[in-house]
Design a protein around this ligand. Structure first.
Ligand code: SAH
Length: 348
């Protein structure tokens, strides 16, 4: 096997690779290369963030969705789930609880639920901001119009997470139905940045039909777009989707991608995701040791957690928020890290 360590060194020195080099790296790396990249990435994280891990409280406030993404468990066509919506006062209660546990960022995530008009979202955002002016709000509601994104921003939203899912248009089309468009998703990301949000992109590792070239394309996209955050996790099949029988993504490749992104973009906010914690019991710890610096514990009410099932076997669906918070603290301490009580803004 060809040695690709020189490519990791070049990435570290020059902060970029070309498509052929990225592709070679993803096609030929071995466990030693992965550990080599993880060590460099971990040192970079420690020098930028110290041993502090930022936490974000995730509130999954609706699983209604008008879209039919082929990989996703809350897709419109899935008849086997009970749909729910939280009320504004239920959402505020999650924030109250979260604030008392030291969360200073709340992430509101949902399917693309038309019930939550711009007015409703703006109302929720301004209520949270009024009660907790020292907290950041991240929205993750999918593709909206420029006017809607602006309205949320003016109401006080600080950040927006919209994974690009894959930077290759023809791959995107294999993961989504015909009524969704790669170009629109990319336009949304550009609008969000233009408006002034801290923007998060991201992709699943090992999604059906993904090739080494596709991940190379993701890296080039991240390098050019310069997002403030990159959320990546392994693809995990959901039994009630068309992709139910596809293989799950690889833990090692996900960790390798985290490290390479940290090396390329030293200050980027990089979560060790719930999907990473689902594919391996210590996946999130491994993520941090590979260069991640953010964890997003769940603050949703226990009564709805099992209903926000994007993939099978999602972790923490039976736990109370307080348990999740304590669990993360212990997990981080076990590897020599501490949870920070702060907004944890991008500081580029
Ligand atoms: N409706 C919002 C939120 C989507 S859910 C939006 O469009 O942004 C958040 C993320 O979960 C998705 O962007 C996707 O990357 C991830 N996800 C969905 N199904 C998944 C699966 N089966 N395995 C792993 N990740 C999945």
């Amino acid at each position: 096997m060809k040695n690709v360590r020189y490519l990791i060194d070049r990435l570290n020195a020059e902060k970029r690779l070309d498509k052929a080099e990225w592709t070679e790296l993803f096609s030929s790396f071995d466990e030693g290369d992965r550990e080599y990249a993880a060590e460099i990435a971990r040192d970079i994280s420690l020098s930028v963030f110290g041993n502090k891990i930022y936490i974000r409280g995730l509130i999954e406030f609706s699983n209604h969705c008008k879209n039919d993404c082929l990989y996703c468990g809350i897709r419109r066509s899935n008849q086997n789930i009970t749909r729910y919506r939280l009320t504004e006062s239920e959402i505020l209660k999650c924030c109250d609880e979260g604030y008392s546990y030291g969360f200073r960022t709340f992430v509101l995530q949902s399917g693309e639920d038309m019930f939550f008009t711009a007015d409703r979202i703006c109302g929720i955002v301004s209520s949270i901001k009024e009660r907790y002016p020292d907290c950041a709000i991240t929205l993750s509601l999918g593709e909206k119009s420029c006017d809607e994104y602006k309205a949320y921003f003016d109401a006080g939203a600080d950040r927006y997470l919209l994974r690009h899912e894959t930077a290759d248009k023809s791959h995107y089309e294999k993961l989504h139905p015909d009524d969704m468009s790669f170009d629109n998703r990319m336009d949304c990301l550009r609008m969000l940045k233009e408006i002034g949000y801290q923007v998060g992109v991201g992709m699943m590792i090992g999604s059906p039909f993904q090739t080494a070239e596709d991940i190379a394309e993701d890296m080039l996209f991240i390098s050019g777009f310069k997002p403030h955050m990159v959320g990546i996790g392994p693809f995990l099949p959901h039994s009630d989707t068309p992709f139910h029988s596809y293989e799950k993504g690889s833990l090692e490749l996900t960790l390798f991608c985290l490290s390479l992104i940290r090396i390329m973009h030293q200050k980027v906010l990089l979560p060790a995701t719930t999907a990473l914690g689902t594919i391996h019991p210590r996946g999130r710890e491994k993520g941090v040791l590979a260069g991640a610096n953010v964890i997003m514990p769940n603050l949703s009410p226990t009564s709805v957690r099992k209903k926000y099932q994007l993939y099978d076997n999602k972790i923490c669906t039976g736990d109370e928020s307080a348990q999740c918070r304590g669990c993360i603290e212990r997990r981080m301490q076990s590897i020599g890290y501490e949870v920070a009580v702060s907004r944890g803004d991008y500081n580029g």
